[in-house]
Ligand binder design. Structure first.
Ligand code: ATP
Ligand code: MG
Length: 206
């Protein structure tokens, strides 16, 4: 499979079909036992550990199925963490992180710890952490899986606007209707294989 620049690609499939595994391979968090994963003509497989770490630190944003926020860090510290491996100076890390949290409507939650945040707020902190470094591609694993209708709509409009601003997004979701309404292309997985790969009516923004 390949992902095009500017695309919002959804991956759907039942539980255990391999969606998270695929995302982890694309994001360089996992290495395949066979086959190749490439980014802009470079093979992730042939990269050194250091090069792969740089790919993750600079190019890739990731939102995990379970938010994966650090429990004893505040919202702000969780977001700043993403810039630790990104050659960003401490003051700039703080400024950028506050800015993005504000953009996501979390200005009054900056010093809260994850346990004091709602599910939707935690997910927005996870998004802030993923996009604060301005990645080239965002992988989001069921980002609305545990959210109610209102929070789901918020995350969807966030994804759509990020994508309109040029961010390439690969979104894993159980919800085929949601995928159809929001993405340019849908890949369906079953038992670890891609069984369908179809464009939707939506067009990629130039
Ligand atoms: N680290 C692992 N080692 C071995 N098998 C694994 C590992 N992680 C997942 N699996 C297995 O690989 C298959 C695919 O798992 P994966 O997590 O990719 O599914 P998924 O499509 O993301 O499911 P869900 O919708 O429930 O999140 C499953 O059968 C799972 O049990
Ligand atoms: Mg999964």
């Amino acid at each position: 499979m390949s992902v095009e620049r500017g695309e919002l690609l959804s991956i759907v499939g039942s539980s255990g079909s391999g969606k998270t595994t695929l995302l982890n391979l694309l994001a360089g968090l996992d290495t395949p036992t066979s086959g190749v994963v490439g980014f802009e003509g470079m093979s992730l497989i042939n990269m050194t550990r250091r090069e792969r770490a740089a790919y993750r630190a600079h190019k890739v944003g990731m939102v995990f199925q379970s938010f994966n926020l650090i429990a004893h860090y505040t919202a702000l510290q969780n977001v700043e963490m993403a810039l630790l491996f990104n050659d960003t100076q401490p003051k700039e890390r703080r400024r950028l992180s506050i800015e993005i949290l504000e953009q996501l409507g979390l200005s009054d939650r900056i010093t809260h710890r994850p346990s004091d945040l709602s599910g939707g707020e935690q997910q927005r902190v996870a998004f802030a952490r993923a996009i604060v470094k301005q990645p080239e591609i965002l992988f989001a694993d069921e980002p609305t899986g545990n959210l109610d209708f209102e929070n789901t709509q918020q995350i969807l409009s966030l994804l759509t606007s990020l994508n309109k601003n040029g961010l390439t997004i690969v979104l894993v979701t159980h919800n085929l209707e949601m995928a159809k309404a929001n993405s340019h292309r849908i890949i369906r997985m079953q038992y670890g294989k891609i069984i369908a790969d179809e464009q939707t009516a939506k067009e990629i923004h130039a």
